[in-house]
Design a protein around this ligand. Structure first.
Ligand SMILES: *Cc1c(COP(=O)(O)O)cnc(C)c1O
Length: 385
């Protein structure tokens, strides 16, 4: 009997492309023409799948969607122009005036503002809850429309018990959504644990080279079709064929890259734990809990430095770690919480969730792990008061 190929192998084995092209063609076309009146009629009757217009669907984008559905063990996927495009289309596509959303604390700052501001503006209330308190979660989701998770979460890297929360959501007829960008589909498949919809910022690990901004949502055929047809077409945050092509390229090395990110990240996290100027390391392997559904680790983490560390000097002393937002590409990055906290403003998640001034977030890239550690060690040396 022939064994079914693994997901990683299947990712590469597309149906033959036009003219034998081994890389998927980029369908750089806004519209697609029909041979005959009858074909057009069939399309409008919903009897044909031919692409018509790239705001609705595009063959290069569709191939990326198929692969993402495969990777996340979902039935279907919808791609978007950004992670926020995916998140806003999912949320706005599934709620209506008078509904209530429950979200865990420490979600991505712009998701927080989407819930606090845009949803609020349209009469949808958002409640926030400690992600590791199942009792509180059950109390709050009664009568809610949607529960929004991010595991591990932003800044503090806290995990949620996906299986138990999915059970509660299903018991109370609440749609469950999770941001799975941190783990990527290589290290966590929330649909296997009963979660309804997975969203990703494809700008991070999926693209993997810091040259794309994109997003994707994966779930049942029914729910994804509803989001596509009723919301995505109208909000218009569509993914371009060019960026879909870069994402398809990124997916081919996703597993390999994640393996190296995991190794480098664990090495740095363990070194940080031992450093006398570090008070705490927020990385799921260090925090250790018995509810984890991670099958491996991403390399985005944060740590809290001792008060005598001068954070601006620390940042400026680094040569390999670059000061910058986002993450998921080749290069290691650093961003201190204090910069965002100082910004103040309404609905500032770092302030509202009580992130400490001493927290620094790092993304461990694909450089040599020993070089990266000596860069950090040197910066501690220069920044200690
Ligand atoms: C970056 C990010 C987002 C937003 O994605 P964009 O592609 O920047 O819109 C959402 N969630 C998490 C966890 C992220 O890191």
């Amino acid at each position: 009997m022939i064994k079914k190929p693994s997901k990683n192998t299947e990712l590469l084995s597309d149906k033959p492309h036009s003219k034998g092209a081994v890389a998927p063609p980029i369908y750089q076309s806004s519209l697609f023409i029909f041979d005959r009146y009858e074909d057009l009629q069939k399309f409008y009757a919903g009897e044909s799948k031919q692409p018509i217009y790239s705001r609705v669907t595009n063959p290069t984008v569709e191939l990326f969607e198929e692969k993402m559905a495969l990777l996340e063990n979902g039935e279907a996927a919808a791609a978007f122009a950004s992670g926020m495009g995916a998140i806003s289309n999912v949320v706005l596509g599934l709620v209506q005036q008078g509904d209530r959303i429950v979200a865990v604390n420490n979600i991505y700052p712009d998701t927080y503002r989407l819930l606090k501001q845009i949803c609020h503006k349209f009469g949808v209330k958002a409640d926030f809850v400690d992600g590791d308190n199942l009792k509180k979660i059950e109390e709050k989701i009664k009568g809610a429309k949607l529960i929004y998770l991010e595991s591990p979460s932003t800044w503090v890297m806290e995990e949620q018990n996906l299986r138990e929360i999915a059970k509660l959501a299903s018991k109370h007829n609440v749609i469950s959504v999770i941001d799975n960008s941190w783990a990527s589909p290589i290290y966590q498949n929330p649909i296997d644990h009963g979660i309804d919809i997975v969203v990703h910022s494809a700008s991070k690990y999926l693209s993997g080279h810091s040259d794309v901004v994109a997003g994707v949502a994966i779930g049942s055929k029914e729910i994804i079709t509803k989001i596509k047809n009723e919301t995505a077409i109208l909000l218009g945050a569509k993914l371009s064929a060019n960026e879909a092509s870069l994402l398809l390229r990124g997916l081919r090395t996703l597993k390999l890259r994640l393996k190296q990110h995991e190794e480098n990240g664990l090495y740095i996290a363990n070194k940080l734990v031992e450093h006398k100027l570090v008070k705490k390391v927020n990385h799921p392997a260090i925090q250790k809990n018995n509810i984890s559904s991670l099958q491996g680790y991403g390399s985005l983490m944060s740590f809290e430095v001792a008060d005598r560390v001068n954070i601006p000097s620390f940042c400026d002393a680094l040569t390999l770690f670059r000061l910058g937002v986002s993450w998921g590409g080749y290069e290691s990055l650093i961003i201190p919480a204090i910069v965002g906290i100082k910004k103040g403003g309404k609905d500032n998640s770092a302030v509202d969730f009580g992130i400490s001034d001493n927290v620094i977030r790092i993304f461990v890239g694909l450089e040599d792990k020993k070089d990266l550690w000596s860069d950090l060690e040197n910066a501690f040396q220069k920044a200690k008061g």
